[in-house]
Design a protein around this ligand. Structure first.
Ligand SMILES: Cc1cc2nc3c(=O)[nH]c(=O)nc-3n(C[C@H](O)[C@H](O)[C@H](O)COP(=O)(O)OP(=O)(O)OC[C@H]3O[C@@H](n4cnc5c(N)ncnc54)[C@H](O)[C@@H]3O)c2cc1C
Ligand code: FES
Length: 275
């Protein structure tokens, strides 16, 4: 199951189910043997026939044999994917990348935007392993919050869910990173996991560093080959596609010059990370 050659080959699979998560986010379910043994935080290259192949975190791993990616519509490939429905074909290659390291203690998960997609299977695995989970689910506004019901069900009586919106239209008002800092002051945490907008992750990392709490952050860069050859995903001395996408505190310190500051665009030019 999931041998190396199988993982690196594009498998063409039908979309089994599509779920609308918000105005510009949909989840696409598919059946693929190799993805069933993925670790939370790993991604697949999704081939949209005739358009492109794009990296997407697995947002579901083995729900009755199904896996899924949760996709924000931002450009060519994601727009075409959003036009697809049950029975349409896509390709998947992977799972790729390292995924999160699981711990058993008290964990704070901080997710913003579609970053929540990678953190939700992580929360499921952490709970199975006996960890205590507090999850901060952040979004710009109520409309952009995804997985609210799924996380409510998952964490009901087993963990804590804190919802934040930048504009206060739902839950606590303010940035997820601000509320994460407050939580770090109130309680002891053994590990902080974060995935979402890079500037949110930088803030979470800074606050955690001040308090000496280790962090694992899932970073995004332009991924093309996904196997460490082309260099388009370089950050510091690392390649996000194979050394990441999850980086620990030591690694994040070593890439401080670029993390939250600059990235390579699709043609390899260095540009500023957008706010
Ligand atoms: C490891 C990893 C996991 C990801 N997981 C998810 C996920 O779960 N859900 C999700 O919606 N998106 C995820 N992304 C981002 C996603 O891959 C991009 O949004 C997608 O490639 C855009 O393709 P497009 O053709 O629609 O857009 P394009 O037309 O190529 O570009 C539209 C905009 O998106 C930016 N963009 C393009 N590719 C990337 C990229 N790789 N990273 C960041 N910005 C990019 C471009 O600079 C441009 O501003 C992930 C990226 C990585 C690296
Ligand atoms: S995407 Fe080619 S080296 Fe990472």
């Amino acid at each position: 199951m999931g041998g190396l050659m199988e993982r690196l080959r594009i498998r063409v699979v039908p979309i089994e189910e599509v779920k609308v998560e918000s105005g510009d986010v949909k989840t696409f379910f598919f059946r693929d043997e190799a993805c069933l043994s993925a670790r939370p935080g790993q991604y697949v290259m999704v081939w949209v026939p005739g358009v492109d192949e794009v990296p997407m975190s697995l947002s579901t791993i083995n729900r009755g044999g199904l896996s899924a990616v949760t996709v924000r519509r931002v450009g060519e490939a994601t727009e075409e994917l959003h036009r697809k429905g049950k029975g349409d074909l896509i390709g998947v290659r992977g799972p790729l990348g390292n995924g999160f390291d699981l711990v058993r203690g008290r964990c704070l998960l901080v997710g913003g935007g579609t970053g929540v997609a990678a953190l939700t299977p992580l929360a499921e695995e952490l709970l199975k392993g006996g960890a205590e989970v507090s999850f901060i689910l952040g979004g710009r506004d109520r409309e952009r919050l995804i997985f609210l019901e799924r996380l409510r069900e998952l964490l009901q009586g087993r963990g804590e869910l804190i919802v934040t919106t930048d504009d206060g239209s739902y839950g606590l008002k303010g940035f997820a990173s601000t509320w994460a800092a407050r939580k770090m002051d109130e309680e002891h945490f053994d590990m902080i996991y974060t995935c979402g907008p890079e500037l949110m992750m930088v803030e979470v990392f800074r606050e955690a560093e001040k308090r000496g709490i280790p962090v694992q952050a899932s970073l995004e860069r332009i991924i093309k080959c996904g196997v460490g050859l082309c260099g388009s995903c370089a950050i510091g001395g690392f390649r996000v596609c194979v050394d990441g996408p999850v980086f620990n505190s030591e690694q994040l310190k070593s890439i401080a010059e670029e993390f939250g500051r600059t990235r390579l665009d699709a043609s390899g030019r260095r540009i500023r990370v957008e706010k």
